[in-house]
Design a protein around this ligand. Sequence first.
Ligand SMILES: Nc1ncnc2c1ncn2[C@@H]1O[C@H](COP(=O)(O)OP(=O)(O)OP(=O)(O)O)[C@@H](O)[C@H]1O
Ligand SMILES: [Mg+2]
Length: 583
Amino acid sequence: MDYALKERIGKPELFTGRKAELTYFLKWIDDIKQEKSQSTAVLARRKMGKTALMERLFNITFFKNDGLIPFYYEVKENKMWVVDFCQDFFLTFIYQYIAFKSRNSEYLKPETRSDFGKAVEIAKQEGLAYLCGIIEDVAHAVVHEKIDTLWNIVRESPQTIAFRQKEFIVQMIDEFQFLNAMIYRDKNTKIPANDLAGGYLSTAESKIAPLLVSGSWVGWLMNELNSMLPARFKYEYLENMPEEEAVEMVYNYSRFFEVPVTEETAYLMSKISEGSPFYTSSIIRSRYKHKDLTTIKGLTDTLEFETLDNRGTIKSTWMEYVASAFPQINDRNAKNIVLHLCKNRDREVTREELLRDLNLDMSDAELEKKLKALVMADIIGQGASNFRYRGVSDNIFDKVFRGVYEEEIREFDVKVIREEYNAEFEKLKKQYYSLLGKYNYQKGYYIEYSILDQLKYRARKNNDLFKSITRYLPGDFEFCEYSRVWRYDSSPEYAKRFNVDIFARAQSPGDYSIIGEVKSRDLRKFSKDEVMEFERKFVEVKRLERIDRVVGFIFSRSGFTAEAEEYCREKGIACSDDAKWLG
Ligand SMILES: Nc1ncnc2c1ncn2[C@@H]1O[C@H](COP(=O)(O)OP(=O)(O)OP(=O)(O)O)[C@@H](O)[C@H]1O
Ligand SMILES: [Mg+2]
């Protein structure tokens, strides 16, 4: 697939998981063509991967080229004069539209987004002269500073073009909450516009160009949507990644950034991160000097650095957020309140309890207001009723916050935090070994990843050993350098969905690549039917990836049926059930 829009995540292959969400939203996008999709807000805590998801949706939709045009815009966190903003918004849309229609992704990064004449010229050149009228209209409103008409035309432009051309557009607007806060009616940015989002009251009802909005200030975003755009948006929540995706992400990042992990530490990391892509990436990419993620001690040290040291990405990100979230929190009471909720994370706390236990010298109404600000900034959560509150259920944020403020407010030794990590890891370690025990394994809970690591790091150097534990390899086969070793996922990007556990692409075309299947945690032997099923996927991947020299490989922990074994031998599909493959 071509990734037309440069994603912030970095190399496209870093994107991991989110399979359920991609499937859901790709269907939502596809349903626009039947006018069935309603404008939607993607809500999630900070750093949960909202932007990553939207950018990926843009790229998939752009690539599919299936009658649906994607538009992605991020409202910046800088003060802007409404005229400049409208121009930027509009020309971003126009260039993305032209890029899509002309299939030339260079237009996604136009030389200038301030020259309407240039846009007209390009539209004509690409055979899209029907865009000229609206471009000139907007240019006119810009020159004459007709602020209100301008925003109306610009905001409606995706819908207008979709309607006239009988097309469908998905409008993805990130950081939607800044629409009101960052845009000003005057050049000196003194008079806030305050009502730009409200304009979407009718626009958001469009079924031919519905919106998908998100933003990093979720409480704030929801407040805007509820108060200015009642019932215009459906809410979809982006949660932590499920365990298998979290583990996949650990291995994916570990391989990409060449930061080794063991199966045990991968398990612990995915658990302690609670499926947060941000925590996982921050731990693996941590700048901690003595980072060693192959031992529990090394992992604890790294995590401690990330939680307590100002140079840690996790701590600095959260503190930046907290600091810009509230001037309000800079009073002792607010910190105390958040700490009290952190400490009682397992239950909801009432305002009455806060007033009493913290000896707060304020009225209930004042406290309510303060708590509301904290909820809006997503530092605490609203409980089951308006009277109840809870700390956020995020164990790392909790420690960062306590590390900073508990020390400041009362005597507190941050060593406590290390002890807590130790205790958690101890508990998780037990879990991990009991999982292994359940299957009577010594090791190899995530064997597909162990095998990928073997191929990447060790197979070539130990060619003879690995060849000796693998049956039916071609006579001239050698393990080699692989340019990339990964779990292959044809994912929802393609019409057909399937995945294979191993795809190792040989660096030099003269060598054999490997497409493989791994079967574990199953006492049944690998059957002939399963081999045939694998063969079909093998052919498909071979075709999609355009490789000639490639062998199929099946690792089955519990072995093969006699029939399957015979079939593999005949067809030259390599087999193994040897535990040495697991390291
Ligand atoms: N699916 C994913 N696969 C791999 N990495 C991811 C994924 N989703 C997010 N990340 C990583 O997690 C971090 C946060 O992602 P992102 O910026 O998309 O989150 P966000 O929810 O938009 O954050 P914010 O609340 O700041 O807007 C980034 O470092 C990103 O690279
Ligand atoms: Mg974001």
